[in-house]
Design a protein around this ligand. Sequence first.
Ligand SMILES: [Zn+2]
Length: 338
Amino acid sequence: MNRTDTRRRRNRYTRGMTPVIALLMLSLSAGCTESNTNQPTTAQQSPPQETPSTSSPQSGKTKVVTTFLPMYIFTKAVAGSAADVEILVPPGTEVHEYQSTPNNVKAIATANVLVKNGLGLEEFLDNTIKNAQNPKLSVINASKGIQPLNEISPVEKTGKKEEEHDHEHAEGNPHVWLDPVLAKQQVANIRDGLIAADSANKASYEANAAAYIKQLDSLNSEFQQTLQKNPNCTFITFHDAFPYLAKRYNLKQVAVVEIPEDQLAPADIQNAVNAVKKYKVKALFSEPGVDNKLLSSLSNDLKLTLRSLNSLETGNTDPQHYFKAMRDNLQTLETACK
Ligand SMILES: [Zn+2]
């Protein structure tokens, strides 16, 4: 993968939206990329119980392709056994820099429905859809009607000045699925899109969506009740994935530190530490599977425990996995924010 390109793309959603305070340019792609390349042994990384890409076109069911894990999970929850659901970006593969495959084009060419997160996340999609030449395809934008967040946290950068790649693209931060309330809206959008494409199964889609939304309501209550005990907990991440969650539950994501994949000079690390110190943060969050020495040294120097928050961009494909991962996140937040 082209490294510069990768960096540019990542920066589009971490950087373009911020009133950059940036002293340090530290741009390791820890946030997204590493959690996937390290192939760790956490529960989230366990193999799917089913192979989502092998549904039979002979089943006569509506064929739905979804882009990446949260879209697969929500769509599978709504579809149940009424439609065949596939995933384009295999769990364990990075979505932000994903390059589509010929099989992805084939999958879309033979699909009835495609479900995407939208908000600029699936950059590979436009060309892939074009190449698939499927005029009957209906596309569900799961983020339809959701007001994206644009102004979020400052991005702390370390190291030398990098060329700016700020595009004026203003689709906002795409990580809406990590807020259970916005996840309900995504599920409802998927439900409505499936009903429009396959009205014969309307009753199933409605019942399945209602059950899943009820679970999301419970999850939301748990987050509210638990996190209201420690309001305004400040934290720093290495992947700008949690602004919606933070906004919903009165947490404060005060900065996103970008860390380079290149070797850092000790002075760069010191700069990063100093930049982060001014925020007086309570918590430092990495992601499952990310094991980076720089993050560890940052956490040592700041005397903060480095904990993992799951962005659900990869992991188990069972629809119930969303709740497990989010409850793990809640427990991590509760511990870190005490
Ligand atoms: Zn992300």
